[in-house]
Design a protein around this ligand. Structure first.
Ligand code: NI
Length: 398
């Protein structure tokens, strides 16, 4: 395909600019009223209200807190899914923005408020231009990205992806310069699994360890030896993270406790390696506890799949973005060990998930996603709208 084939036929930048104020207003409303995963009732109602006001969209509520809006174009063509996630996080906001969360302990600290507002902006622009839309656009306002088993899998399970040919989504990225667009073909985000370990020792007097089986000392060995899986057991060219993030034991400085509770996360890309991890981990846990006369319980929970972007869709979007934004704005996304439940869509349909830089202006190092002081550059919202519009045209044009 030549680059001219994907050169935008419409000034999407100008159309994105026309809805930019609305998008900021919607984003601030959502930011002020965040809701946790699977509890996005007011958010879904708000989204549905806006979509109804645009007119020309067929609305559905496939689950309690998700909204799907279908725009049937005037001419036949492919069916494209465009997704925004809508949920917030259990974090007490400290950003200091004037539209900070009014819901104590809950915060849009990952930018999903921005994603939702961006997709509303896209729906507003295109619902007013139905005559020039080819095929069908399914705007997927998805609940519960942040909490396993995730809203994406639920939407797949109830058939929302049926009949869709391709699916795209985006994530605002606070660490990336505002307005930059990052794409990557193939494996891009990791499978985030979790685990919990109980070390069953025997409590006793701290001064007489010979009468006890110390779960703290044994747990410490487990923490250390799990890292040997990463550094000594697995192909060093294959990305893998094992992080023990919880270690709870004991109540006093002179008591050896009965048990120690450990938990953490495993991040991987390779499906075969991922399948092996529970067994590899249990071998370490079983060996160490047995060597020291302790028992154990081990639970391993599989989270989202690794996110694997389709090469052809990614390339088509990259060409379109380079033509629309200039090649200097477009780069290859790094692989990251973070997870994303958009992978559930990509397991059943080809598509791509790209990043939009949203580093706040005048900031050297942005607060990371999921931080109480997380903020985004709102100018990136219009870039997101333009990127979706550009991508939609590239994927639905003949
Ligand atoms: Ni997120």
């Amino acid at each position: 395909m030549t680059q001219s084939a994907v050169r935008p036929s419409v000034d999407w930048r100008a159309l994105a600019a026309e809805v930019a104020d609305d998008v900021v207003t919607w984003r601030r409303h959502l930011h002020r009223h965040p809701e946790l995963s699977f509890q996005e009732h007011a958010t879904a109602d708000f989204v549905a209200q806006q979509l109804e006001a645009f007119g020309g969209l067929e609305l559905r509520r496939p689950t309690a807190t998700s909204v799907v809006a279908v725009l049937r174009g005037a001419s036949p063509g492919p069916v494209l899914g465009v997704r925004a996630d809508m949920d917030a996080l259990p974090i007490e906001e400290e950003s200091g923005v004037p539209f900070a969360s009014e819901n104590p302990g809950v915060m849009h600290a990952c930018g999903h408020d921005g994603h939702t507002a961006i997709l509303l902006g896209v729906a507003k622009v295109l619902s007013a231009r139905r005559e020039s839309v080819r095929g069908e656009l399914h705007f997927l306002f998805q609940h519960a990205e942040e909490l396993f088993p995730g809203g994406a899998q639920e939407l797949v399970d109830v058939g929302v992806l049926d009949g869709i040919d391709q699916v795209i989504g985006l994530h605002l990225m606070a660490p990336v310069p505002s307005g930059a667009l990052l794409l990557r073909a193939g494996p891009t985000m990791a499978a985030p699994d979790t685990f919990a370990i109980t070390v069953r020792g025997r409590g006793g007097h701290a001064a007489m360890p010979e009468t006890a089986v110390d779960p703290v000392a044994i747990g410490a060995q487990i923490v250390t030896n799990l890292q040997h899986l990463v550094s000594r057991t697995v192909d060093p060219l294959e990305p893998l993270v094992v992080s023990v993030t919880k270690f709870h034991a004991g109540t006093a400085d002179n008591v050896i406790p009965e048990t120690a509770e450990l938990a953490g996360t495993v991040r991987s890309f390779d499906a075969a390696l991922r399948d092996r991890m529970p067994e590899l981990m249990e071998r370490v846990i079983e060996g160490i506890t047995e060597a020291h006369g302790a028992g154990y319980e081990f639970a391993y929970q599989r989270g989202y799949r690794a996110l694997v972007n389709d090469a052809a869709v990614t390339e088509r979007l990259r060409e379109a973005f380079e033509a629309a934004f200039g090649p200097e704005r477009v780069a290859t996304a790094p692989r990251i060990m973070g997870g994303e439940d958009f992978s559930a869509y990509l397991a059943v349909k080809p598509g791509t998930f790209f990043m939009v830089g949203a580093k706040p202006p005048g900031v050297e190092t942005a607060y990371p996603h999921h931080h109480p002081r997380f903020t985004i550059d709102e100018a990136a919202l219009a870039v997101g709208v333009q990127a979706f519009l550009t991508g939609i045209e590239a994927l639905t044009s003949a």
